[in-house]
Ligand binder design. Structure first.
Ligand SMILES: Nc1ncnc2c1ncn2[C@@H]1O[C@H](COP(=O)(O)OP(=O)(O)OP(=O)(O)O)[C@@H](O)[C@H]1O
Ligand SMILES: O=c1ccn([C@@H]2O[C@H](COP(=O)(O)O)[C@@H](O)[C@H]2O)c(=O)[nH]1
Length: 245
């Protein structure tokens, strides 16, 4: 397995997708404040370099609509609960960032004005221009979607240079590496290869949305200390998903 050794990914504005499971620690669900703080430290270090950073947080550590639907719950209702779970994670992350003196704003796709700003695209851009880390919560605001799709959507809206998916695995593999230890890691793939080979690291809607807008995706393991900073320097293990050259 070779390390990517690019000089730097030289991005000026990025969207980091933080999977809900990344905030979980060693337990089967929930939030581990130490994990949240480790992720916040990494984000703070990247923001301090002058890169504009926005975040989409998942909710899989708390609630997934599809899992609840499998047990008989109405899917849309379950998805709304899942979107609320992402708001809990967003508030935890906001708090951890603010304790490190990083200026932040949480913006929600479902209005809950007592605790966060409603998502308004031009306002979000302005926050980023002022150096604030913007945390997009409640996914797309619509059931039957995921936070991966929300991440591709917001990254396009914010005109980010890339979508960085911080997850449990260090890149995209030929099969799910958590189930198949013989799976091989790719350092680069095209959008079409990910879709055609059904490589389920992200949902197809997110990949298609990124492809239509030529938005590069970088998949990396967010659990490694300083992983986000390392990826921004072009170091460590990751998979880039881009257009065919
Ligand atoms: N071909 C593949 N390559 C890499 N990972 C894969 C692949 N197929 C499936 N996976 C799995 O996809 C997971 C990535 O999804 P992730 O856990 O980040 O979920 P999410 O829905 O984005 O976030 P959340 O944890 O909030 O639900 C990895 O943990 C990995 O086990
Ligand atoms: O746009 C969206 C985003 C998310 N959901 C629901 O939230 C959960 C948690 O998000 P993950 O992407 O799995 O972390 C998801 O399972 C959906 O139930 C949604 O409905 N719409």
């Amino acid at each position: 397995m070779t390390e990517n050794r690019e000089q730097s990914l030289s991005y000026k504005r990025v969207l980091l997708k933080v999977s809900g499971e990344a905030l979980m620690g060693s337990g089967p669900s929930g939030i581990d404040p130490e994990m949240v703080d480790a992720v916040a430290a990494d984000i703070s270090a990247v923001a301090a370099t002058g890169v504009q950073v926005c975040l989409v947080v998942g909710g899989g550590n708390i609630f997934r609509g599809i899992a609840a639907a499998a047990k008989g719950m109405d899917r849309a209702q379950g998805d709304y609960a899942g979107m609320l779970a992402t708001v809990i994670n967003a508030l935890m992350l906001q708090n951890a960032l603010e304790r490190r003196s990083v200026e932040t704003r949480v913006m929600t796709a479902i209005q809950m004005a007592s605790i966060a700003e409603p998502y308004i695209r031009r306002r979000a851009v302005r926050h980023m221009e002022k150096g604030r880390v913007v945390i997009f919560a409640a996914g797309t605001g619509n059931p039957f979607f995921t936070t991966d799709t929300a991440a591709a959507l917001r990254a396009n809206e914010m005109e980010c240079d890339a979508l960085l998916k911080g997850t449990q695995v260090d890149g995209v593999y030929s099969a799910d590496p958590r189930r198949n230890p013989d799976a091989e890691r790719y350092s680069q793939l095209t959008y079409l290869e990910v879709l055609a080979r059904d490589l389920n690291v992200m949902d197809a809607a997110a990949i298609s949305l990124a492809r239509e807008n030529k938005l590069p995706i970088v998949v990396f393991n967010i659990h490694a200390p300083g992983a986000f900073s390392a990826v921004m320097r072009g170091e460590g293990l990751f998979t880039r998903i881009v257009e065919a050259s």
